[in-house]
Write a protein that binds this ligand. Structure first.
Ligand code: NAD
Length: 461
């Protein structure tokens, strides 16, 4: 078997031999990725369901298959215009004297991509849209927590692509550690903030530039002016999709204290509408592993022990103590305190802690006193208040009057800030993230002659 280091060398050599990568070649690679997903989507959906225990097929089709095809198609449509050389202005009067400035977007070379388990196909193929559109080669290390999906992606990619175009390496943290130590031209990591720190250290050894797509606690601020039924529908839909195992899931909510009961009732109604039963409901996804299941149950036990009110949204009153898979009913934690573990870690499951506030500055201060989140959500119609929230907080991105949706907009950069990550991709921003913006200045004879008069010996002037 060829080692990772050898594959990197093969890819780099092939990239160097290729030189300029024409649009047709980039489009052909993107199209092959699209065909792979179109032809084998159902097999990938089956594999994800088995890896999770149970995962809604409908959801997998939408988030991982169609959700990956869309950015790849977007890249096919726009890559010719993204690739265009950009003329840039020059300081007066250099242009008039024949100078010329331009930026050419070059492939960086070989991009390493480490992906997580929660959207295993999406978070492998969506980056490929930008990586391939930019004319690069890719080496991928998918997650060990979705072994069937990762192996299947490896087989399918090996069928559709030559090793010097894209190569996949499966395995756990040891393989990830070796992978992240390779001298790539760029390394994209999607995963936990704690692992992001390790990745950045490993990349620093070779001065490999990184894009870190990490997690965190994305807050929801519900305004006094919000439509509560709509708010609860959208928040609970985001909290229950993939059983809340989403980097952008609304992590916790902050509500005006006078409207808390209204939200709890509306959340119960929303969950009852979406999931009249939960235990064997094919639409409700399971928790990925025993470790994560135990972690989530421990948050609930800890919060209960420390005095929070726990509201389980279990419409059919089912008993979850004995079950085939690892399902946790959507659960609200009212009035959590900061000493509870659920307010310290990224939850990554169907649990929603809810804090109360009296004035809008309280949630703003709370957010600013914690690591910068990946997403921030505001529900309400008060434009002044909304602007106050937007101008007085920072997060990777924002969705107003819904959750998560900004990630699905092809022309919005997606990424974090601070502890939630660095760098961004998707659409044109992805193309640029994986390209080298090379500055080229062309000197003119006239300017050269003028400059010659300004050269030493200065005593002459
Ligand atoms: P993780 O960090 O545990 O694993 C991600 C990948 O890193 C896996 O492929 C894993 O094998 C590899 N890895 C683990 N230890 C490593 C090491 N020491 N060296 C090198 N590689 C190593 O994350 P996860 O549990 O798979 O995913 C959940 C996390 O990912 C959450 O924090 C979530 O918020 C985040 N996430 C972020 C985004 C985003 O786009 N910002 C998207 C999805 C998930």
């Amino acid at each position: 078997m060829t080692s990772m280091q050898e594959v990197l060398e093969i890819q780099r050599k092939s990239y160097l031999n290729e030189g300029f990568v024409p649009a047709e070649v980039r489009i052909d690679r993107l199209q092959r990725a699209i065909s792979l997903l179109q032809d084998h989507g159902s097999r990938l959906i089956e594999a994800m369901a088995e890896d999770f225990g149970h995962r809604s097929h409908h959801q997998s089709r939408s988030t991982d298959i169609n959700g990956s095809i869309a950015p790849l198609k977007h890249a096919v449509k726009h890559v010719r215009s993204w690739m265009k050389t950009e003329r840039r202005p020059l300081q007066f009067p250099l242009r008039l004297l024949g100078g010329r400035a331009e930026v050419r977007y070059q492939p960086v070379g070989v991009v390493g991509c480490i992906s997580p388990w929660n959207f295993p196909v999406n978070l492998t193929f969506t980056p490929l849209a930008g990586i391939l559109a930019a004319g690069n080669r890719a080496m991928i290390k998918p997650s060990e927590l979705t072994p069937l999906t990762s192996e299947l992606m490896k087989d399918l990619i090996e069928e559709a692509f030559a090793q010097e175009e894209i190569a996949v390496f499966t395995g756990g943290p040891e393989v990830g550690a070796e992978f992240s130590g390779l001298p790539f031209d760029h390394l994209l990591f999607t995963g936990a903030t704690s692992i992001g720190r390790i990745i950045m250290k490993a990349a620093a050894e070779n001065l490999v530039p990184v894009t870190l797509e990490l997690g965190g606690k994305s807050p929801v601020i519900v305004s006094g002016s919000a439509d509560m039924a709509l708010t609860a529908d959208n928040v609970m839909s985001g909290k229950t999709m993939n059983a809340g195992q989403i980097c952008l899931a609304p992590d916790y909510a902050m509500l005006p204290e006078t409207r808390l009961d209204e939200f709890v009732d509306a959340a119960r109604a929303a969950v009852t509408r979406m999931y009249p039963t939960l235990k064997d409901n094919p639409d409700y996804t399971t928790i990925i592993s025993d470790r994560h299941y135990d972690r989530l149950r421990a948050y609930l036990d800890d919060a209960r022990a420390k005095g929070a009110e726990i509201v389980e949204l279990n419409p059919a009153g089912e008993d979850f103590s004995q079950q085939q898979h690892r399902r946790i009913p959507p659960t609200l934690i009212l009035d959590p305190t900061d000493d509870m573990t659920v307010m310290q870690d990224e939850i990554f499951g169907p649990i929603l802690p809810i804090r109360r506030y009296q004035r809008i500055d309280e949630p703003i201060s709370y957010i600013n006193a914690h690591p910068r989140p990946l997403g921030l959500y505001y529900f309400g119609e008060d434009t002044n208040e909304r602007e106050r929230v937007l101008t007085h907080t920072t997060s990777g991105g924002v969705t107003l009057n819904d959750v998560i949706m900004h990630v699905a907009m092809e022309d919005l950069p997606f990424g974090g800030i601070g502890a939630s990550g660095m760098g961004a991709y998707h659409g044109f921003d992805g193309f640029r993230q994986f390209s080298h913006a090379r500055s080229i200045y062309t000197q003119s004879r006239r300017i050269s002659k003028i400059m010659a008069r300004m050269r030493p010996p200065y005593s002459r002037q």
